[in-house]
Ligand binder design. Structure first.
Ligand code: FES
Ligand code: FES
Length: 152
């Protein structure tokens, strides 16, 4: 049994300590907003925050994050920055198939929290670990700039 702090709540996860956070979320806790893409830290679909920083949950064992603050896409609606980013995502019609987008939003939120006027280069840098096979990068850029503006 490992205790995880997810979206401000302590939860007990009955899984092997080596289980990746992604599978604890999806399989043990039924929180399916975080997606499985590559399983090898290459695509960013599984991005969550650990103490506010984006991490790849597919390669992070639950034993490594016990007691630390994990934040997932499910918490973004009730988060000021998360809400601004999600509203901008809707306004700019960002998602295409949608599969990569919860990971994209998590990376975008982490960026906008620390950078209120991100340039294209800042955005490309912060989002470089998140792959979108539909190629929504231009719309994500516009949405991130818009969200940052509303929060500035
Ligand atoms: S599923 Fe984790 S980075 Fe691709
Ligand atoms: S919207 Fe389809 S993979 Fe990004």
């Amino acid at each position: 049994m490992v205790t995880l702090n997810i979206n401000g709540r302590d939860v007990q996860v009955d899984a092997d300590p080596s289980t990746p956070v992604l599978w604890a979320l999806r399989d043990n806790l039924n929180m399916t907003g975080t997606k499985f893409g590559c399983g090898a830290a290459l695509c960013g679909a599984c991005t969550v925050h650990l103490n506010g920083q984006p991490i790849r949950s597919c390669v992070t064992p639950i034993s490594a994050v016990a007691g630390q603050k994990i934040t997932t896409i499910e918490a973004m609606e009730s988060d000021k920055v998360g809400k601004a980013v999600q509203d901008a995502w809707v306004k700019h019609d960002v998602p295409q198939c949608g599969y990569c987008q919860s990971g994209q939003v998590m990376s975008a939120v982490a960026l906008v929290r620390v950078n209120k006027a991100p340039t294209d280069a800042d955005i490309d840098n912060a989002m470089s670990g998140n792959i979108c096979r539909c190629g929504t990068y231009q719309r994500m850029r516009a949405a991130i700039k818009d969200a940052a503006k509303t929060l500035a």
